[in-house]
Design a protein around this ligand. Sequence first.
Ligand SMILES: C[S@@+](CC[C@H](N)C(=O)[O-])C[C@H]1O[C@@H](n2cnc3c(N)ncnc32)[C@H](O)[C@@H]1O
Length: 473
Amino acid sequence: MKNRFNRLTSKEWLPFQKSWFRYTDDHKLLSEHILFFSKAEITDQNVLYAGDNKEIVQDICTQGTIPLLSEDEFTDQALQYALLDIRQKSMSLPSLADYYDLRKHIIALAVHIFRNLEERRFLTIFIPNVFINEIYYPIAWDLAYQLSGLLSLKDEKIACNNHLPSGRSMPYSSANTNTFYCLNFRKDENSGGVYTEKQHHFFDLPLSDKDQKKELNIPAWFILKPAPRKKNEVLHPAKYPEELVTMFLNNFTEKGQNVFDPMSGTGSTQVAALKSGRNAYGTELSTFFMDIASKRCEDVVSPMQKELFVPEDISGIYKIINKDARLITPDDFPEIDFMITSPPYWDMLNMKGAENQAKRIEKGLQTNYSENEEDLGNVADYEKFLDDLNNIYFNIATLMKSGSYMTIVVKNIKKKGRNYPFAWDLSSLLMQKMVLLPEVFWCQDDINLAPYGYGNTFVSNTFHQYCLTFFKP
Ligand SMILES: C[S@@+](CC[C@H](N)C(=O)[O-])C[C@H]1O[C@@H](n2cnc3c(N)ncnc32)[C@H](O)[C@@H]1O
């Protein structure tokens, strides 16, 4: 197939579509982006670069015979790509007011870029979320929101710092320097073309600075290689690995404490909790999955199984009830010390076209959770879905002590060519009452890449999930 978009072969094209990558050095980072998003044959359109790595970019463009402009030289020349690298500036912001100044500058520049960017070409921004005066601000999410009226946000790619031998040993306390965002915007038929300020709650509630300072032994990003799922676990379309739960339990709970999951699925939360000596509670709407979850818990604690474990490791008790999570009351469970959960990702499982769905159909496996109207995976209206979920978590927060934490595993969603930043939208709602800790990425490395858009445009394969942790003040 003819490649109208860049000069890459399909083999070179494919790896760039993965939604996360190991960041090693700026030369590689910049050249991969410039060579993907520009085409040297287009000699009458420039690449615009603004950032601290001008010399590297100059080298890359000279070698690739790509016409380059700096911000100072940019007046009204036609652009085929614009790349704004604001990592350094973002990481040295003295105050939130300074971020607002930077944001104003970037928005003005983006408006200028929009006017000169060719149709269906891209603007990329490199930006991390940051601590400013020891308070964590998701400025990357804010900037993505602010520019989304102007250009179409197609995707975010996560750069995962790879300077240590294994990604798994990244210290969480400096999460912001160990990952950053590559936000990719396109000028297209869905671009609004005007800047309108977008409201959110990302900056609403900076509490006393000690709240976010818990020292955690969690990597900023991680890859898991869980054992293949057992027969009854495969029946569920979207299970998360117990290893993921254990990692968070070790940080946020002590033995004997109460762990809760309002949407238990196959009971991964409870199984991990019981195996590490915590008590395990939960609700689940589907009786079918509730039974599987309860059976798995029983297998962990049953006397016959006990010999398999170190005795003190299975002191926990469990209770999973068949209930709509929207209806949980204080009488259902004892006080909760920690919640970890993953909701339906909107109604995506009802999108039968997805590749994974086709494979499940072939194997005769269930593709969604249920046909139940109360199932949040069947709520088609995005705003209602978000609202319901937010209310569930706010309600559960009332069953938790001040100073406790909840971790929610979610991902941003692409549906029918549109981007729904579910992880960010949910965070914004929750930040009305709770404090966000630095996000941790669960990066998936075991799924085959699909060559979406080859030769035409950039469409990523979303292989990163957010583990969002909130502190209840
Ligand atoms: C992403 S899955 C959870 C998977 C689970 N973490 C695991 O590892 O097996 C979401 C679950 O939410 C359940 N669910 C959907 N709507 C619900 C509701 N209103 N109340 C309780 N559970 C609900 C679904 O049946 C599904 O099992």
